[in-house]
Write a protein that binds this ligand. Structure first.
Ligand code: BG6
Length: 440
């Protein structure tokens, strides 16, 4: 951890799906790697369910005992977790939480050091305002030795522009901007983090990355499982708010943005914002990626979605969507950005495909094994599973004959970086919130 003194991490919504599947496992991995030390960190789970510390520990144990994790390590880590139950809209539970955190701080800070309090809201956005009010009222860091209180929230951040702005204002009235971390876990994925490096540290790409050379960009997310008991949440939001509006749009911004002045978070953010907000077209003043045409949207729902008992019988909520976005600026005019996302499909994959235009005046057409034009050059960045990037290109088929074939320049991380364990997205982001770094 970054500073001396103790760190209290509070997971609100501790018995929920996100906490079990992502938040606690990420904290456990940070602990195993020595980023969270048992002599300074304590983790508090908070939720409405009335259960004991051990009940919570038992509920999350199986999510931690995976891969190379040893059962003793898991037990050690679980001992750092304390559970407090309480409602989200009354002071009682939060006062109790504050008492528990203060006890931990007094114990750890008996000599010196500041106190850091990180509140991770693994909760639906409808309760963000009230929970933030309660934190402000009851649980702020009070140490005279310094430290901070920080709040982490995730998407979906509201349901539409009005509700997102309202939410932003409500939380913004309570906390200063540097205390607020609105995270998107796709930004913590290794190959998403790599996008800026790829684009701006490689001469190859600089002159090619534009409408003169690129025919279309596809950003695809597919999952091979359905709602799995999360139907209550999912049905209210649908695939567009669950995946496209946040995860895929963030990736799109990194693919499409101009080079930032520096790697300072605010410079990167400014360039990302310009992809979505520019004045290149007066009629589309606020949103260069708009308007989306009706005929360029396809929605679908997988068979069996309504069989999930948590989904209403007559739900029309889409679980699949394809949307074509167009960016009206000098670099991208005319290039479709095709965003696709779907649940319960036949495989799990997230990737970016940059398809290049055909080579003009193709002299190899008659020699192609395909018997037609060469296949196009394509640059594929696979975010998951099995992180990789590869470039499809045309080469001569080895042998005496002059014929051409499509092949690949392939950088598969599993092979190239065998010694490196690629961190889970949430590990990186939680670490960043502690170091006070902003996301890309
Ligand atoms: C979450 C969505 O944000 O991302 C889930 O709410 C989805 O519906 C998940 O399953 C996918 O994340 P990852 O990292 O497994 O691709």
């Amino acid at each position: 951890v970054s500073e001396t003194g103790c760190l209290s991490i509070v997971v609100l919504g501790a018995s929920g799906d996100l906490a079990k599947k992502k938040t606690f496992p990420a904290l456990f991995n940070l602990y195993r790697q020595g980023f969270l030390q048992s002599n300074e960190v304590h983790i508090f789970g908070y939720a409405r369910t009335k259960i004991s510390d051990d009940d919570l520990r038992n509920r999350i144990r199986s999510y931690l005992e995976k891969g190379s994790a040893k059962s003793e390590e898991v037990s050690e880590f679980l001992q750092l977790i304390k559970y407090v139950s309480g409602s989200y809209d009354t002071e009682g539970g939060f006062r109790m939480l504050d008492k528990e955190i203060s006890l931990h701080e007094e114990f750890r800070n008996s000599t010196e050091g500041s106190s850091r309090r990180l509140f991770y809201l693994a909760l639906p956005p409808s309760v963000y305002p009230v929970v933030c009010r309660m934190i402000k009222l009851c649980c702020m860091n009070k140490s005279h030795l310094g430290g901070w209180t920080r709040i982490v929230v995730e998407k979906p951040f509201g349901k539409d522009l009005d509700s997102a702005e309202k939410l932003s204002n409500q939380i913004g009235e309570l906390f200063e901007e540097p205390q607020l971390y609105r995270i998107d876990h796709y930004l913590g994925k290794e190959l998403v983090q790599n996008l800026l490096v790829l684009r701006f540290a490689n001469r190859f790409f600089l002159p090619l990355w534009n409408r003169d050379n690129i025919d279309n960009v596809q950003i695809v997310f597919r999952e091979d499982f359905g709602t799995e008991g999360r139907g209550g949440y999912f049905d209210e939001y649908g695939i567009i708010r669950d995946i496209i509006q946040n995860h895929l749009l963030q990736v799109l911004c990194l693919v499409a943005m101009e080079k930032p002045v520096s790697l300072k978070p605010e410079h990167i953010r400014d360039e990302k914002v310009k992809v979505r907000v520019s004045n290149t077209s007066l009629t589309h003043f606020s949103f260069p990626v708009m308007p989306i045409k009706d005929e360029e949207v396809v929605l679908g729902q997988y068979n069996g979605y309504r069989d999930d008992p948590t989904v209403p019988d007559h739900s029309n909520t889409p679980t699949f969507a394809t949307v074509v976005l167009r960016i009206h600026n000098e670099r991208w005019e005319g290039v479709p950005f095709i965003l696709k996302a779907g649940k319960a499909l036949n495989s799990r994959k997230a990737e970016i495909r940059i398809q290049f235009k055909d080579v003009p005046g193709d002299i190899f057409r008659l020699f192609s094994c395909l018997g037609k034009n060469q296949g196009r050059n394509e640059f594929v960045i696979r975010l998951q599973p099995s992180e990789a990037m590869y470039m499809k290109l045309t080469v001569k088929q080895p042998g005496l004959e002059m014929s051409t074939v499509q092949s690949e320049l392939d950088l598969s991380y599993g092979q190239r970086y065998q010694q490196v364990t690629i961190p889970e997205a949430y590990e990186r982001l939680i670490l960043d919130t502690n170091y006070g770094r902003l996301q890309i």
